[in-house]
Design a protein around this ligand. Structure first.
Ligand code: ZN
Length: 305
């Protein structure tokens, strides 16, 4: 099979599951991850290493990682909020760490009770840990609220770019931009990723877009036009959006893969098999709404990826 043109990084088992109330049984998580893998997904954020009392949905993080790393060629990612989480994730055997760093000072204080500067120090501590324990493991900083924040509103673009540079200087391999609350528009996405790539070169990371206001795909396309080649998405848009009933949270993987494949941009993912991967997801979370226009409508007649 030819090398894909873009990397679709599935974040449902982490981002999706941690935003729904119910806890998916471990066996269902593993079946879901296997189905994603069978469809050709080659990077999955499988868990978040946070205390189980804060997020009971993620209590089985180490077990899920141990299973996922047995799938050949799959990059297994985990979210870690701090050094302690990174230690646990590295012990479980992840291939890549991702640390959320809020671009908005208000969001950072509300979310992790740390200033942005303190989070940069956390990034430095994790980078040092990685260097001493597992230098082969990847490490990305994901700048949340990079396109706006429900608490402070606008997030100045200069501050976003400066923070991304600080994360790289502190030892992260790459810095990506997340539209955590779905405020981004394509013009803004173009502008910020152009600046990010000018500043960081190949250390500019993934686009993590939300579909809160229906612009998720448009924003991914804008990022692609600016040279971004890694896109986070979640199967069935799992998790929804607490602020916008009826809207998916993350960009829906099925729709994103359809857009790229229809354009002739290779994802390496088989759409019918990807759509089939919704079955284990729904079985593990009965009653939870899942989203996606492509799975609802079906593939166009004669569609060839
Ligand atoms: Zn998200």
């Amino acid at each position: 099979m030819p090398q894909p043109d873009v990397l679709i990084s599935e974040v449902g088992p982490r981002d999706g599951l941690q935003s729904v109330h119910a806890t998916m049984p471990t066996a269902d998580k593993l079946r879901w991850i296997d189905a994603l893998y069978a469809a050709g997904v080659r990077e999955i954020e499988v868990a978040s290493f946070v205390p189980a009392r804060l997020l009971p949905q993620m209590a089985d993080a180490a077990e899920v990682v141990r299973h996922a790393v047995s799938l050949p060629g799959l990059t297994v990612m985990a979210l870690v909020p701090n050094r302690r989480g990174a230690e646990a994730a590295l012990a479980a055997g992840v291939h890549k760490l991702t640390v959320p760093v809020s671009a908005s000072e208000a969001h950072s204080l509300a979310n992790v009770r740390k200033t942005r500067a303190q989070m940069v120090e956390e990034v430095r501590a994790i980078a040092e840990l990685r260097r001493s324990l597992a230098p082969q493991v990847g490490f990305e900083a994901g700048l949340s609220t990079a396109f706006g924040c429900t608490l402070q509103g606008e997030v100045p673009e200069d501050e976003v770019i400066r923070l991304a540079v600080q994360c790289i200087e502190a030892g992260a391999d790459e810095a990506g931009l997340s539209d955590t609350v779905g405020y981004a528009n394509p013009a803004q996405v173009r502008r910020l990723f152009r600046r990010l790539r000018a500043e960081l070169g190949d250390k500019a990371g993934a686009a993590h877009m939300h579909n809160t206001r229906g612009l998720g795909l448009a924003n991914c396309l804008a990022a692609h036009d600016e040279g971004v080649r890694t896109f986070d998405a979640s199967l069935g848009g799992l998790g929804g959006c607490p602020y916008a009933p009826g809207a998916s949270g993350n960009v829906v993987t099925e729709d994103l893969v359809f857009m790229f494949e229809a354009m002739g941009v290779r994802t390496g993912i088989d759409l019918p098999q990807l759509i089939a991967a919704r079955a284990p997801l729904m079985a593990g979370l009965p009653g939870e709404p899942v989203y996606g226009m492509t799975p609802e409508a079906g593939l166009p007649k004669g569609f060839r990826p």
